[in-house]
Structure formats: C-alpha cells, structure tokens
Design a binder for this molecule. Structure first.
Ligand code: GLY
Length: 570
C-alpha cells in the first residue's frame, strides 16, 4: 500500500491554521482508517474538551461524553445535564450502529390537561417557563451509558474537562448575551438561575465569568457514582424538592425510573449514499428518508435551480404532513416507520407533486403539524479507529425552563413544550400537534433532532444541527449538497430554506434565492417568507476515503470550532 506524507490543515476559529503531519493513502485505494481524528462542535471549549480526552487515549465515545458535558457547562442556553438528546454511534470494529435515546420523559404525574385552564384553554407559557415545563432529564444517564458501554476511559476522566470549566468558569460572549437577553425576564424570576446566569439581575457583560460550583459538584457526583449520583440520593432529593417548590410534578420515583433506550437507527438510501439517522421519538430520520425517497425519482442535478428548489419544497411539505399526523414516541403509539420510509410510500406521496405548481398544504388530507424547539446543539466526532458520533442535544427553549433547583446547578429543560399541549391548538411557537404526540406519563416528546451519518465507498459524512423544526430540512439540504459533490464547508454554510407543511410558506435565509428564483417560485404558487437572519448551527465532518482527508466544518453562523488532531486509538 503506497502511503505518502502530507500536511493537513485544521481550521481554528482564531483564524490560525493548525498544521498536522498525517498520512494519506494513494488516491487509487480506499483508506481503511482515518489518518486523523476530527471534532466539530458549537463551542471552542467543548471541542478542546474532546481533544483533551482523545489525547488521554480515549476513543470517539469518550470524547462524545467530554464534549456533551462541556457543552452543558459553557452553552447553558443550548443543552445541559437537566436536558437530553440523541447520540448516534458507529463502532468501526464490528460496524455496529446504535442510537442512544437520552430524550427526556414526562413525569408520572403528567397528564393531557396539565397546561389547560378550567375552560380547557392552553395557558400561554406554562409549558415553557417554570418547573412545570420540565421533563425528567436523560443526559446524565446517557453520558454514563455511553462512557461505560462504549468508552475506554473512566467516566471521571471524560467528565474532568467539564468539571474544571464549571469550577473555573467561562467567559460570556455575544451569543450568550443575546440568548440571556431573550430569556431575561424568566431568568430573573428564578433566584438560583439569576444568581448563576445574571449579574445583579442583569445580563452579564462580555468577558464576565460564569462560574457554576453546584454544577461542578453534580458532575463530580455523576463521575463517582454514575446514574445514582444524579437520579438517587442527596442530589435527587434536592432536585425534587426544588422542582416541587417551584410548582413542578417530579417525584423521586420519576428520577429513579429514568432509563436510556438503545434504538436501531432509521436507514435509507439516496443515489448510492447510505443514510443512518435518528429513530423515533425523533421525527428526523423518518422525515429525512421520506424526503430523499421522494426526490430520488427526479433528476435534480439536471434541473434548473427554481424547479429543483420547488421539488425539494414539495418533498418537505409532504414529509412534514406525515410527521404531524403519524409521529410520536414509538413506545406509546404505533409509528409506521417501515411504511413512511418505503419507496412505495414516497411514490404515492410524491404522485401529487406538480412541476409547475405548488400543492396547497390544506389539500393534503391532514390537519396537524409538529412542535419545535428554538435552541439545541450538535457535535460530530470521528476518531482514528473510524468510530464516530453524531449527537444532537437539547434543553429546548434557550436556557430551558429558566429554573435551577437550589443547590444542584442543574438548569431544567422545558421539553414538555415539544408535546402537543392540546391537539389542534398552537403551542408557544404558534404550532399545533396531533394525538400521537399528546402528553402521557412517562412518554417522550416528539423531537426533530436528526444526528446523521451518510456513507458510500467514497467517504463518510457525520452531520447535524440545532434549529427546532428546521433541523430536518437543514440536514436534507446538506445531504443534497453532498450528493452534488460538495464538501462539509459548503453543507454548513449554504443558504437555507424550509417548508414544514403548515404554515404553508417557504421560509428562506438572506441570499438563498435570487430575485428570479423568487419570482419563479411565486409563479408556481409558493408563498415566500424572507427571514431577516440565518438559522442553524451545523457541525459536520467528512472523511474522504479516497484521499484519506478528514475535513471538519463548523457553521459560520455560530462560533463553533472544527479541528483535527493525531490521536491513536488503542
Ligand atoms: N427540543 C427540540 C427538539 O427536540 O426537536
């Protein structure tokens, strides 16, 4: 096998370039292993935490624990140990893929009318602000599980960077300020949350340090005692007392009963690309494969831009129609996964697509649509053994429920808002949901989080993004761009557009459509809604098996950090 030395550059957010000696296989051959490891996350401190753990001899799964925990500390508006997520794992030695479902669960005392007033109307804000909005967290159990089942370092080692960041603090940046401003009133309303995340009740200035000693102690308890450190004992008692004092429903039994679930990922194929993505209770993988199946029947690469965009929008519309009607927690409702991801369903669903005319959503035989969250986070990792992780994590709305049970440092999620509070009635985002996603004790709320792998003989892609209901269409546009032969720097930065069945509008970022394309889409009957700014924060990696190059990329809309490094995995 001919191997030549090369230099491979890893981008640093500082603008500097990290030059690493690496090995590249002859282009004629396919690399069996990546020559370097790569991490792309939304926060430089989290990427560094993952790199530190790889440098200590950890694999991609240890690094995923380190990055998740670090994000929980330095990006408190995006995810946290008070929240949950989906960790899509690939173990190279036996080709094993699994989705670790650490999604939050409704407390056992939850019920369908918990956000309704005496007249049966939804009380605005109740499922978003305050302890009643919080579901039982899944991230602590997921981190313990990923570390113990798949990692090769002790949990203490993988949690060490996050513990240090919580103790020593991190500096407020512009994004933190924007998010804290957005949730200012709710943060002010909770004493412990205000003490940690505000300064004298005000949004802290850039450069001020956010120290989280209680959170450090919580992470230490997890490092020492695993699940029991969070879900049992003194911390569990403090969590339940704090939640109940603030009007929530949690009990010690809710915490003791929480379990992650290992799920078979959803799989599909698009023009020779193998797709592996999130299973229910995420809607992501199912909707993604359904859209790709519909689009596979059209020669997208030979069509003009407006026709191609029109077809993609029509596929989005139909997949989100199905999402609204059929999807929920598969442990509670019968989700027709095989049917929705079949080519037959795509042909049937796509049969009503007209090349020159948008299909009004109201004519598509379904009434309801999905719920979404506004903030979340994603990271992608590959190690030199070829193990990989795509993980999308959330506490839902920025800073979650804006409640910290005293003495815990745990910022509660408000993931209960991802349920349909009342079928057919819009939630806080103006969205409605269906019966399949109605609140039930112990049920997981429907999610859009879509951590995804895309593979072919040519290479391996790892991608995902935050962005509520728009997550799935962002991942779709990334995969279509990959199919066009473009690399991860293009997937993360290309201008985006989105349709989600209802409302029947096409949202688009500045620069996504030319004036001519807009006219063309309007002439076909699409209502266009230009957005003032961009959305999403995609973190992606591509390992090109022909050149051996590993290219990580962070969305330029955020402050993420995508890097490679040489770390042999034992
Ligand atoms: N809370 C965002 C999502 O799960 O889709």
């Amino acid at each position: 096998m001919s191997v030549m030395a090369c230099l491979l550059s890893g981008r640093l957010r500082s603008g500097a370039f990290l030059l690493l000696a690496c090995s590249v296989l002859s282009p004629a051959l396919f690399a069996a292993r990546p020559p370097v490891a790569g991490i792309a996350s939304s926060q430089p401190l989290a990427t560094q935490a993952g790199m530190d753990v790889l440098a200590s001899g950890g694999n991609a799964f240890d690094a995923a624990v380190a990055v998740s925990a670090a994000l929980a500390v330095v990006e408190p508006y995006g995810s946290g140990v008070g929240g949950g997520g989906f960790w899509l794992l690939h173990r190279e030695r036996d080709g094993f893929d699994v989705m670790v479902d650490g999604r939050e669960k409704a407390p056992l005392a939850a019920h369908r009318s918990m956000y309704l007033d005496d007249d049966g109307n939804v009380v605005p804000g109740l499922s978003v602000n305050g302890a009643l909005a919080a579901a039982i967290p899944g991230m602590p159990a997921a981190l313990v599980h990923v570390s113990r089942r798949y990692g090769q370092l002790p949990l203490q080692r993988s949690l060490a960077p996050a513990i240090r960041l919580a103790r020593e603090g991190f500096k407020v940046d512009a994004i933190y300020r924007r998010m804290a401003q957005f949730r200012h009133a709710s943060l002010q309303a909770d004493g412990a949350a205000a003490d940690i995340f505000l300064r004298d009740g005000e949004v802290p200035a850039i450069g001020q340090r956010i120290v989280q000693q209680d959170l450090a102690d919580t992470l230490i308890a997890m490092a020492r005692f695993g699940d029991a450190g969070f879900y049992q004992g003194a911390l569990a008692r403090r969590l339940v007392e704090g939640v109940r004092a603030a009007g929530g429903l949690w009990t010690l039994q809710d915490l003791a009963d929480y379990r992650i679930v290992e799920r078979e990922p959803v799989r599909g194929e698009y023009h020779g690309l193998r797709i592996t993505s999130a299973a229910a209770p995420s809607s992501g993988g199912i909707a993604l494969i359904s859209m790709l199946n519909m689009l596979a029947d059209f020669p997208l690469q030979t069509l003009d831009g407006a026709t191609r965009t029109h077809l993609v929008i029509e596929a989005m519309r139909r997949a989100y129609r199905d999402r609204a009607e059929f999807l929920g927690d598969g442990d509670f409702v019968d989700v027709p996964v095989a049917h929705l991801t079949s080519r037959a369903h795509a042909r049937q669903s796509g049969a009503s697509i007209r090349l020159q005319q948008a299909t009004p959503s109201t004519t598509l035989n379904a009434q309801l649509r999905e719920t979404e969250g506004l903030d979340t986070t994603h990271f992608s990792i590959i190690d030199q053994a070829g193990n990989r992780v795509a993980a999308t994590l959330s506490i839902n709305y920025p800073f979650g429920a804006c409640v910290v049970p005293p003495g815990t440092g745990v910022l509660l999620n408000d993931e209960m808002d991802d349920f349909s509070a009342k079928p057919g009635v819009p939630n806080v985002y103006g969205l409605v949901g269906a019966d399949a996603n109605a609140i039930e004790p112990g049920k997981r709320p429907l999610s859009s989080m879509s951590p995804t792998f895309v593979e072919s003989e040519a290479g391996v892609a790892i991608l995902g993004t935050p962005g509520g209901s728009r997550i799935i269409t962002m991942v779709l546009l990334g995969i279509l761009d990959l199919a066009d032969g473009n690399g991860p720097e293009s997937w993360v930065s290309l201008p985006r557009y989105h349709h989600q069945y209802l409302p029947d509008v096409v949202q688009f970022e500045p620069g996504a459509f030319s004036a001519k394309q807009q006219q063309d889409l309007q002439a076909r009957g699409h209502e266009l809604k230009p957005l003032d700014s961009g959305y999403g924060n995609m973190q992606a990696i591509y390992w090109d098996r022909q050149t051996g190059r590993v290219t990580p990329a962070s969305d330029p809309r955020g402050i993420g950090d995508a890097r490679v490094g040489l770390f042999r995995v034992k």
